[in-house]
Design a protein around this ligand. Structure first.
Ligand code: PHE
Length: 441
C-alpha cells in the first residue's frame, strides 16, 4: 500500500516543502536584481498564474491517478513508449538542479555556522563580500555540500512521512514569522522606498526576451514543475485532496514568500549601496546587514539561516526522491546502498564541475561557467520543455475519464483544460522561439 499523507494540512505542507526553498530566498532576489527588478517580477507572477498553476494541477493529477512517480507514470497511464522521453527530460532537469542546488544549501549551512560562531555580527558590506567569495572559492563549500547530501540522504532513508512531517508542522510557521520580522525590520531602512520602486514600478520597455525566458524559468523552478517532484508528491494525496485548490494555495503562498524575501532584502541592498546585480551573493551579503542594527541582531541572523537551511533541505528532499525512485527501478540492493550510491554520484559530478577549483569548474558555455550554465539550462529550458509535453499529454492524450474522475467536471475544470490544451503550449513555445531569437515580440 502506498504511503498517504495524514491530513489535509500535511498535503499543503508537503507540496509547499517542495515549492518553497532557496528559490525564494536565493534565486528570486538574485534574478530580480540581475534582470532589473519590476518587469521581471511582473512576468514571473504572470507566468506562475497562467502557466504554473495549470501545470501543477496536471502533475498532481498524474501522480494521484497512478499512485506512481515519474519513472512509471506514463506507462501506468498507458501512454505510448515515446512519452517516457518526457520522464527522462524531467529526471535530467531534476538531477542538474540537484548538482548546483545542494551547493547553495551548503553555503547556507556554512553561513549558519558562521552566524553561530559570531562571525557575521557587526559586519561591513566589504567584509561580507570578502567572506562570501572566500567561501565559494574554498574546499569548505564542497565539504558543506557533502554534509547537505548526507542530511538529505538520511531523511530519504527514513522515509517521507517520518522524516519530514513532524519537522514541517512546527517549523513552517516559525519560518513565516521570521521572514515577517526581517521584512518589518527592513521597512525602517532608508532604502525601503527605493526597493519598492525597484520591485514593483516597471515600464514596459524593460520587458526583453531574456527577461521573459528567465522569469518563466523561475516560475517553473519555483513550483518545481517539470522536475517530476510534484508528480511524486501528488501520488501521496488522498482521494479527498482538492487538487486545484491545493495548487492555487501552494502557488499563491510561494509567490508571497518570494515577494516577502524581495521586500526584506532589497531595502538592505539600497540602504547600504550594494549592487542589485551582484548575483549569487545577494542573500548572503544582505541578511547579516539587515539584522546588524537590531539589538540581539545575531540571534536573528542565526535563526534566519537556520530556517533557510531547513527549507533548502526539504526542497532538496523533494528533488532527491525523484532520483531515488529512478535508482530503485534500475538498481537492486539495500535502501542504504541506493541512497549512498545516489549521494556519491551527485557529489562526484558536483566536485568535477561546480567549484572554481573543480577540473571543469572554469570552463564556460555560452559565456557562463558551468555553475550558471547548469542552472540556466535546467530552469529556463529543460523544465519548460518537460512542462510543455506534460501540458500536451494531459490536454490531448490522457483519458478525459481519468481527468474528470480525479478533478470533477465543472466550469473551472473545463477552463483549466482549455488552458492546458491551448494556452500553456502556445505560451511556452512562443517564449522559447522569442528567447532564441526566431521570432520577436
Ligand atoms: N522549488 C524549489 C525552490 O524554489 C526548488 C525545486 C525545484 C525543488 C525542483 C524541487 C524540484 O527552492
Amino acid at each position: 500500500m502506498k504511503e498517504q499523507l495524514s491530513s489535509r494540512f500535511m498535503v499543503y505542507l508537503v507540496a509547499l516543502s517542495s515549492a518553497v526553498g532557496l528559490g525564494n530566498l536565493w534565486k528570486f532576489p538574485t534574478l530580480t536584481g540581475e534582470n532589473g527588478g519590476a518587469a521581471f517580477v511582473f512576468i514571473y507572477i504572470l507566468s506562475t498564474f497562467i502557466v504554473g498553476i495549470p501545470l501543477l494541477i496536471c502533475e498532481f493529477t498524474m501522480g494521484r491517478s497512478t499512485k506512481s512517480d515519474v519513472s512509471t507514470v506514463f506507462t501506468k497511464l498507458r501512454a505510448h513508449k515515446a512519452w517516457n522521453i518526457v520522464s527522462w527530460i524531467s529526471i535530467l532537469a531534476n538531477f542538474l538542479i540537484l548538482v548546483f542546488y545542494t551547493v547553495i544549501v551548503g553555503w547556507v549551512y556554512t553561513y549558519l555556522l558562521k552566524a553561530i560562531k559570531g562571525q557575521l555580527s557587526n559586519p561591513s558590506p566589504e567584509a561580507l563580500d570578502a567572506t562570501f567569495s572566500s567561501m565559494t572559492n574554498s574546499y569548505g563549500s564542497f565539504i558543506a555540500q557533502a554534509f547537505v547530501i548526507i542530511v538529505v540522504g538520511f531523511i530519504l532513508y527514513k522515509g517521507i512521512a517520518k522524516g519530514i512531517e513532524a519537522a514541517l508542522r512546527i517549523l513552517s510557521p516559525i519560518f513565516l514569522v521570521l521572514l515577517m520580522i526581517v521584512f518589518f525590520n527592513s521597512i525602517r531602512l532608508d532604502g525601503f522606498g527605493e526597493a519598492m520602486n525597484f520591485l514593483f514600478k516597471f515600464d514596459l520597455s524593460a520587458i526583453t526576451p531574456a527577461v521573459i525566458v528567465s522569469a518563466l524559468g523561475l516560475a517553473f523552478f519555483k513550483l518545481s514543475i517539470g522536475s517530476a517532484a510534484m508528480i511524486t508528491y501528488g501520488s501521496y494525496f488522498t482521494k479527498d485532496t482538492d487538487i486545484p485548490k491545493t495548487a492555487v494555495t501552494v502557488a499563491f503562498a510561494d509567490v508571497v514568500v518570494s515577494l516577502l524575501a524581495g521586500m526584506a532584502l532589497f531595502p538592505v541592498v539600497f540602504t547600504f549601496g550594494l549592487q542589485p546585480t551582484q548575483g549569487a551573493g545577494l542573500l548572503f551579503n544582505t541578511v547579516p546587514l539587515a539584522f546588524a542594527n537590531l539589538p540581539g541582531g545575531n540571534i536573528f541572523t542565526i535563526a534566519f539561516f537556520a530556517l533557510a537551511a531547513i527549507i533548502g533541505t526539504t526542497a532538496t528532499v523533494a528533488l532527491l526522491q525523484v532520483q531515488y525512485a529512478v535508482i530503485c527501478e534500475k538498481v537492486s540492493g539495500s535502501k542504504l546502498f541506493k541512497v549512498a550510491l545516489l549521494g556519491g554520484i551527485l557529489l562526484g559530478i558536483s566536485f568535477l564541475t561546480m567549484f572554481p577549483f573543480s577540473v571543469f569548474g572554469n570552463i564556460t558555455f555560452a559565456g557562463e561557467v558551468l555553475f550558471d550554465f547548469v542552472d540556466t539550462v535546467s530552469s529556463d529550458y529543460l523544465l519548460p520543455l518537460a512542462g510543455l509535453f506534460i501540458a500536451i499529454f494531459v490536454g490531448w492524450i490522457m483519458k478525459h475519464t481519468i481527468i474528470h474522475d480525479e478533478l470533477g467536471n465543472n466550469k473551472i475544470i473545463r477552463a483549466w483544460l482549455f488552458t492546458v490544451r491551448y494556452i500553456v503550449p502556445i505560451i511556452v513555445v512562443l517564449v522559447f522561439l522569442n528567447g532564441i531569437g526566431i521570432i520577436k515580440f
